[in-house]
Design a binder for this molecule. Structure first.
Ligand code: KIV
Length: 271
């Protein structure tokens, strides 16, 4: 049974997100455009303009070819649609390889959109880059565990945190990123035990995706949870509606009505 929760009513900030750890679960969802962002506005404390848009929106087979220009364009659309949630822009593959490159990319996001934070995939090897961004006034969300931007290098998507050794690596990554200054950490595709231990080892909120229920919040990709993306379905995705079927049926009705001269009728004409 679920109890209807209070909608988001006030602007969510970096500070309000940090204060939610251990108090209230954080709801995050992806969005790529103003229309869906406005539908999600009161239901999610955080909206991620994820580079997953390269797969579900652009139809590519992975996230690697997403560009900074695309991320900025979609972030502008999301910012136009939703004012209350804290908006995070995913830094695409190849946009953050050195501290200066990362800062220039993040400054573009800040100047050209009203996103409040950027997200960077990577563990302790990203520490220097992230702390340079934080020192220069950029709010950063970390992303560890299964990292889609590493799919080609690793030869596939690999669930992490199944051995004690790997759990310790994830904890080291999380602590390094916390000390570099990230205010929230996404943990993707890890065992429940790994997510629990990482969450307990840091004082910043963790947000899980395919990481069980012990994290401080959850994130899902909108087109997965609404049943629009059917190329593959990871085990952790819960489909709340079969969006593709609902939309397809509506468009089939429209087609039939046009073909049979039923639409437009008097009610939908200027006369
Ligand atoms: O790109 C994205 O949507 C993401 C989420 C899967 C966390 O990084």
């Amino acid at each position: 049974m679920s109890i209807h929760s209070k909608p988001v009513e006030k602007k969510v900030t970096v500070n309000s997100v940090k204060k939610m750890k251990g108090v209230e679960k954080i709801v995050m969802i992806t969005a790529y455009d103003a229309l869906f962002a406005s539908i999600f506005e009161k239901e999610a404390e955080m909206i991620l303009v994820g580079d997953s848009l390269n797969m579900s929106f652009m139809g590519r087979s992975d996230t690697l070819s997403a560009t900074l220009e695309q991320m900025i364009y979609h972030t502008q659309a999301v910012c136009n649609g939703a004012k209350l949630p804290l908006i995070v822009t995913d830094m695409p593959f190849g946009s953050c390889n050195t501290p200066d490159e990362a800062l220039n990319s993040a400054i573009r996001v800040y100047k050209e959109t009203s996103a409040e934070a950027v997200k960077i995939e990577g563990g302790k090897e990203k520490k220097e880059i992230i702390s340079y961004l934080c020192d220069n006034g950029i709010a950063v969300v970390g992303h560890i565990g299964l990292m889609p931007q590493f799919v080609r290098a690793e030869g596939g998507y690999r669930v992490r945190g199944k051995s004690e050794e790997d759990i310790n690596t994830l904890i080291e990554d999380a602590k390094a990123l916390e000390s570099a200054g990230v205010f929230t950490l996404i943990i993707e595709g890890v065992s429940n035990e790994a997510a629990k231990r990482v969450t307990e080892s840091v004082s910043i909120p963790t947000i899980g995706i395919g990481a069980g229920d012990a994290t401080d919040g959850q994130v899902l990709v909108w087109s997965d949870m609404l049943g629009f993306f059917d190329k593959f379905k990871p085990k952790f995705v819960k489909e709340y509606i079969d969006g593709a079927d609902i939309v397809k049926r509506a468009v089939m009705r429209y087609r039939d009505e046009v073909k049979n001269g039923i639409f437009p009728d008097e009610e939908h004409s200027y006369g």
